[in-house]
Design a protein around this ligand. Sequence first.
Ligand SMILES: Nc1ncnc2c1ncn2[C@@H]1O[C@H](COP(=O)(O)OP(=O)(O)OP(=O)(O)O)[C@@H](O)[C@H]1O
Ligand code: SF4
Ligand SMILES: [Mg+2]
Length: 315
Amino acid sequence: MPKLLTVQDLVVEVPARKIKIIDGISFSLDAGQTLGLVGESGCGKSMTCYAIANMLPRGIARTGGTVAFERDSNTSSRSKDPTIAMIFQDPTSSLNPVHTIGYYLESALSRHQGLKGSDARLEAMRLLERVGIDRAKSRLRAYPHQFSGGMNQRVMIAHALAAKPQLLIADEPTTALDVTMQAQILHLLEELRAETGMALMIVSHDLGVIARLADRAAVMYCGKIVETAPVTDLLQRPAHPYARALIDCMPSIDPDDLDPPTPIPGSVPLLDSLPEGCHFHPRCSRASGECSVRFPAPANIGLVHEASCYHPVVA
Ligand SMILES: Nc1ncnc2c1ncn2[C@@H]1O[C@H](COP(=O)(O)OP(=O)(O)OP(=O)(O)O)[C@@H](O)[C@H]1O
Ligand code: SF4
Ligand SMILES: [Mg+2]
């Protein structure tokens, strides 16, 4: 399968404070594949997405590495840019409250597909229906505050589809939603991926979401990827102690499972005072002397399974 996205040694910094937010991460994504990015709050998941989509906030810059996107020559999008679309955690605050849903979608259709007037309106209605919003014609006149969070997330997805993306980046798309809405949005993303063949990069701190959608997963800690593996391998045979610890934190709904979730001791260090060597060492039960000296290079655990650890967990 052709590579769609190749990220090599990506570095993202706050230049004014000489702080590295992303520290030399590499990964790739095949066309049509889903990659899950997981890790605790502040580990750099969103900044990785923003760097790929060229949407880094002011004051934060990509200072190293490459992001190569293999544009599909068969794409029907008009844009000369790579067709990457992104949806965010909080859909309601991502939508402009002074514009109607119709304006939002029709503007995107004009920009990406050159549709105007009634053509844009018809396509906007079709997109709304496709993402599961009924009475699409009247909904086009609604404002974001008249929609629930789940409906606004569907609008965000419809907006992303207007670009006919080859890659959809979904940054915590269900975190702000209740569990039933979460299940519906995940189901919709699954359907759309199968229907359109687009690749998906899904960010979540919820391993359940990653398990459901992703083919491969990458675990991030303090701006580095510490383990990558096919998602079933990662969940069943995590090699990095941090990945193992994240799994042990997951609550179970099985009444026979008497093991309570085990919290990871300590907290994620601040970026301006990262521990030397493996950044996880102050929190790691397997740490030895060498762990606090040098960051471990990624090593093969299996065929397409890598972890950066001196003492990986052996299944
Ligand atoms: N504007 C900013 N200036 C300086 N540092 C920032 C800025 N925005 C984010 N950061 C820092 O960059 C790091 C990575 O942030 P990022 O938003 O990518 O984390 P995340 O993994 O997406 O977390 P979460 O799960 O909470 O969304 C964090 O330590 C954060 O404090
Ligand atoms: S390198 Fe050492 S400190 Fe880091 S995760 Fe592995 S065992 Fe723990
Ligand atoms: Mg984030």
